[in-house]
Design a protein around this ligand. Structure first.
Ligand code: H79
Length: 431
């Protein structure tokens, strides 16, 4: 891949394709898990009265017979799905793109596909004139937010998802993907379910992944695609996809995006109250961006399409932090700091010749925060964002001590901005 145009970044920011430049800049997106499973809201009652619990995996994990799963999906009526409200929630969080599950492993299409009738228009109790993906696209576009679509390669519903009749499945899959691109012009495709399932063996191969990328880029060369289009090799897609984890490294030359839930499930579960705090989520975002990653944070609307209020509240808390005192500069268009090591008192990101030290553990007035330098640079100035307190920077040991005069301004993270001049390279390398 050619080096991206991200001249704002630290010098060791990973190379990427030109088409993923917006993705790298944007840093923060909203994931939406919404499908026929949402209609069960996290539990299935067996004929014998026993209850089985799961979210988007409920069809498989609860061994719901296909006809029973189809029967419940026929009552699915997300009449309160409000694309404008969802986009407003994303905007309030500072999220720049949205990725909606157009089809999860249960194979149920959330748009009026012509490939089969297993979809929200033809197999539901929903208004036949509505198309929630079209609604989301329109609402997102109006607010300058990009739309991406999740699509599961694995399909529990289509009988041709087996090795012997796989070509028939693949043809319908290609047909569905063309519909998605023609109808909704997504900026990004998020594949999933490419792995080797135990039974039946997932027939998807690396070769299938390569073919699919070529097919999609012939339709739209700008389409950003995640690495689960293939078998998650560095060469598959535009970026890596750690799930429910925040890696410590900086991606080793590959862009990455960590997807995570706000509570404990992707799909809606009525009594899942394991909500992460806005402060924790904000620190996750800071951690991710300071390691060259994106953060894709999930909401799971209920069976009527409503977003749980605690999700909306957490998202707004994140946006409030980002909007306050210019702190968003520590996240957007910022990345791994080439010149310093990550400290244990917070995280540091770099954008051009500015370093942003997001401090979690404030040392107390007059006590130093130490930064270990990897290469030579001089510090031209330092300030606490949103505060006029003085910050003293002195050379110390293997780097610099930053000593603030006053107290932390923010319990989530207080950002100290340092303007630097990197040392000119010498004959021996970096001086
Ligand atoms: O869409 C979300 C997940 O459904 C999907 N990827 C994210 C974005 C995903 N598919 N598989 N996996 C994640 C990993 C597999 C987890 C499993 Fe399980 C453990 C499958 C069976 C045991 C989790 C727990 C699902 C059912 C029980």
């Amino acid at each position: 891949a050619a080096p991206g145009p991200g001249t704002n970044y630290a010098t060791d920011d990973p190379f990427t394709s030109e088409r993923a430049a917006w993705f790298r800049d944007d840093r923060f997106g909203m994931f939406i898990h919404f499908g026929a499973y949402s209609n069960l809201e996290g539990e299935y009652k067996n004929p014998d009265g026993s209850v089985c619990r799961n979210a988007e995996w409920i069809m498989r994990e609860c061994r719901i017979p296909k006809d029973e799963y189809e029967k419940q999906a026929a009552t699915f009526n997300p009449q309160d799905f409000d694309a404008k409200a969802i986009v407003a929630a994303a905007k309030s969080a500072g999220q720049k793109y949205i990725v909606l599950t157009s089809k999860h492993h249960d194979g149920y299409a959330m748009w009026p596909t012509k490939q089969n009738s297993w979809n929200l228009r033809d197999h539901s109790s929903f208004d036949k004139n509505r198309d929630i993906i079209a609604e989301l696209k329109q609402a997102a576009e109006a607010e300058g937010i990009k739309l991406g679509l999740y699509y599961s390669i694995w399909d529990w519903h289509d009988p041709d998802f087996t090795s012997s009749s796989f070509p028939k499945y693949k043809e319908r899959m290609y047909g569905q993907l063309k519909e998605l691109i023609d109808n909704y012009d997504p900026a990004l495709m998020w594949f999933d379910g490419e792995w080797d399932a135990d039974r039946p063996t997932n027939p998807w191969t690396s070769r299938d992944g390569e073919e699919l990328q070529t097919y999609l880029h012939d339709l739209n060369p700008d389409l950003v695609i995640n690495n689960r289009v293939g078998k998650r090799r560095v060469t598959d897609g535009d970026y890596g996809t750690p799930e429910q984890e925040i890696p410590q490294g900086s991606g080793e030359g590959q862009l990455w995006e960590s997807c995570m839930t706000i509570n404990n499930n992707w799909g809606y579960v009525y009594d899942d109250n394991g909500w992460k705090s806005g402060a924790q989520l904000t620190r996750n975002l800071l951690h991710t961006s300071s390691r060259n990653g994106n953060y894709l944070l999930n909401i799971g609307p209920d069976k009527r399409g409503r977003v749980p209020a605690p999700s909306t509240a957490a998202l707004k808390e994140m946006g409030d932090w980002l909007r306050s005192s210019g702190q968003s500069a520590a996240v957007y268009k910022a990345g791994f700091p080439g010149v310093v090591s990550q400290p244990n008192w917070g995280v540091v990101s770099q954008s051009g010749n500015d370093l942003y030290a997001s401090v979690y553990q404030w040392p107390g007035a007059g006590k130093p925060l130490h930064l270990t330098a990897n290469t030579g640079f001089t510090v031209n100035g330092a300030s606490v964002l949103g505060s006029d307190q003085k910050v003293t920077v002195t050379k110390a040991g293997d780097g610099y001590d930053i000593t603030p005069a006053g107290d932390a301004t923010n319990p989530t993270a207080t950002v100290i901005k340092l303007s630097i001049t990197p040392a000119a390279p010498t004959a021996e390398g970096n001086g």
